[in-house]
Design a binder for this molecule. Structure first.
Ligand SMILES: Nc1ncnc2c1ncn2[C@@H]1O[C@H](COP(=O)(O)OP(=O)(O)OP(=O)(O)O)[C@@H](O)[C@H]1O
Ligand SMILES: [Mg+2]
Length: 153
């Protein structure tokens, strides 16, 4: 599987990278976000939201599992950390993944069986005080094209 590596050197660059992704996402897009505490998942998500034209403030969804935002396309920000298998089936994740919005999923490894066939996996790592390393693993052609486009920006 092809991987695309992108480095940001500041919070602003992370926001911009997220925004550039958000501007290019399509209805039914699914993006998973992984990374340790303080890696920058929430900042990146804020950028994605901005790129989708969301005007409300995006925060970590932790205590709500799903937060919905209105934009050019609806944004579903999911944090499935606290879901067990039964609960995640009840919640009906496919309805989000197959819907007309964009799903941004944190802790997606917990619901791996329920992820669609195609999605974009993003892993964020701290590579310095204000530097972050993004590894994009696209599953499917559309996400590959998208990732390559982001790489060249
Ligand atoms: N290049 C960068 N990109 C993103 N955040 C950065 C960068 N450099 C420094 N930071 C800092 O790293 C922290 C990232 O916090 P953020 O809440 O986005 O992380 P998170 O991955 O969502 O963490 P958590 O798992 O606790 O929710 C912030 O304090 C931010 O200021
Ligand atoms: Mg966060």
């Amino acid at each position: 599987m092809e991987r695309i590596e992108i480095e940001t050197k500041s919070v602003e660059e992370t926001l911009t990278l997220g925004k550039q992704l958000g501007e290019r996402l399509f209805a039914g897009a699914v993006v998973t976000l992984a990374g340790d505490l303080g890696a920058g998942k929430t900042h990146f998500a804020k950028g994605v939201a901005a790129g989708l034209g969301v005007t409300r403030t995006v925060n970590s969804p932790t205590f709500t599992i799903v937060k919905e935002y209105e934009g050019r396309l609806p944004l579903y920000h999911l944090d499935v950390y606290r879901l067990n298998e039964e609960e995640s089936e009840e919640l009906g994740l496919e309805e989000y993944f197959e819907g007309s919005g964009v799903s941004l999923v944190e802790w997606a490894e917990r619901v791996e069986d329920q992820l669609p066939r195609e999605y974009l996996a993003i892993d964020i790592r701290r590579s310095g005080e204000t530097a972050r390393h993004f590894t994009l693993t696209p599953r499917g052609e559309r996400y590959l094209d998208l990732s390559k486009e982001l790489e060249t920006l």
